[in-house]
Write a protein that binds this ligand. Structure first.
Ligand code: SF4
Length: 411
């Protein structure tokens, strides 16, 4: 089997294959699809986490979200992204770039990611991503489509332009694969992703409960969006999480026994410090909202091809990070304040990945906005992929001091 070459991912596949959980089945189906695409010569399409896979699936091509591929590997081999980052550094990729992106470049160079037939990208969320996929296209020789995005979507004509870019993506995939989009098939796929979104939104609503049923990232929705959006396996995975949360609520179970403080974690989770949220829970801190899960989207109107494309194009702008990370700081701050209000946050932690210079550059503005409203906020550099930048001890010391301060102020 061609997939044997990708040892870490093969191990993950083998590890999950016999599990009954729908989340595991979703990942197994995705990995298995990639391995068999390699065996059968079916084209693999690289796409970033900011571009959903529905159109790729509807054309019967195999999606491979590069961020998900690397993130997943770290569950089996925590050193996987570190090895890739080191290879990227050695090749001259600047250390200041996003670690998710450096890992992708390094993984392509190490040949730990199956080669693409084509690359589909939207020009979001930030410059790290654009340049990374350009490097990947250069290294692999695969043709690439980039859906350009207007800086200000409220400008006259901006939405039309974006929808046209989305149509360009389909034309690119059709041309490169020699296939023609079947809009009835696309409707089936989008109706499936609509169901998945419905369950996800319901789950996020439940996280507003006090005390919260879960603390920290919910994962299945994020992996559904990255790997299998529009396939029944992703809908089943999200529904299973929702059902379990509802069951726990009915039995009076909560994320932490004595919820004292609600923390909005307004970034992606720390991939290498999986015990962090539990450790915060020991202090009575619950995290009802992690920005990675913050996917608040409308269902897509599937009545005509035009309405589907328009709806999918709009929905692509609601991907967590895409909606807030395109440069305008006010959008980020507005969303942060909205989330704190809706999910009843007592405070916020923004452990900003050094690659996210749009956050680092806005520390003062974010602090001012929170201070004016009396919201305690902790901002500090913490690489979410590479544990060598800020150690676990160092970040926990900062978080502990901050939470003690918030708890003290509540007395
Ligand atoms: S927004 Fe931050 S985490 Fe996301 S791709 Fe850009 S640098 Fe990386």
């Amino acid at each position: 089997m061609a997939g044997e070459k990708y040892e870490v991912h093969r191990r993950m596949y083998d590890m999950l294959r016999d599990r009954d959980a729908p989340g595991a089945k979703m990942i197994v189906e995705w990995l298995g699809g990639i391995f068999s695409a390699m065996d059968d010569g079916r084209p693999i399409v690289y796409h970033s986490f900011a571009l959903f896979s529905e159109v790729i699936i509807a054309l019967d091509l195999q999606p491979l979200c590069c961020e998900a591929w690397d993130m997943m590997a770290s569950h089996v081999d925590p050193q996987h992204p570190i090895k890739s980052i080191d290879v990227a550094h050695e090749a001259g990729i600047p250390a200041e770039m996003c670690s998710y992106d450096k890992a992708i470049i390094g993984s392509v160079m190490r040949e730990t990611m199956p080669p693409p037939a084509m690359i589909a990208l939207s020009a979001t969320p930030c410059q790290n991503a654009y340049i990374t996929y350009q490097a990947v296209a250069h290294l692999t020789g695969a043709p690439m489509w980039v859906s350009d995005i207007p800086y200000d979507m409220d400008e006259v004509g901006a939405e039309e332009y974006w929808v046209e870019q989305y149509k360009g993506l389909i034309a690119f995939l059709e041309e490169q694969s020699g296939k023609k989009m079947d809009y009835d098939r696309l409707r089936e796929v989008v109706e499936e992703s609509n169901r998945c979104v419905e369950y996800w939104l319901e789950l996020m609503e439940l996280q507003k409960m006090k005390p919260a049923p879960r603390s920290g990232p919910l994962w299945t929705g994020t992996y559904a969006g990255m790997t299998s959006f529009g396939l029944p396996s992703s809908t089943a995975a999200v529904k299973a999480t929702l059902d379990k949360v509802k069951e726990d609520i009915a039995q009076g179970k909560t994320a932490v026994d004595d919820e004292k403080v609600r923390v909005i974690w307004f970034h992606f989770p720390v991939g290498w410090d999986t015990g962090l949220i539990k450790w915060m829970g020991e202090m009575g801190a619950v995290v009802p909202y992690v920005e990675m899960d913050g996917y608040r989207a409308e269902p897509v109107d599937t009545s005509t091809p035009e309405s589907m494309l328009r709806g999918m194009a709009r929905r692509a702008l609601e991907v967590p990070m895409v909606k807030i990370a395109q440069g305008a700081t006010d959008r980020y701050i507005e969303d942060l304040l909205y989330v704190i209000g809706e999910w009843k946050g007592d405070c916020a932690i923004i452990a900003g990945h050094p690659g996210c210079k749009w956050i680092t550059g806005a520390h003062g503005l974010i602090s001012d906005a929170c201070r004016e409203r009396g919201i305690p906020v902790l901002l500090f550099d913490l690489d979410l992929v590479d544990h060598r930048v800020t150690s676990g001890d160092e970040s926990r010391a900062r978080i502990e001091q901050f939470l003690n301060m918030v708890l003290e102020s509540q007395k």
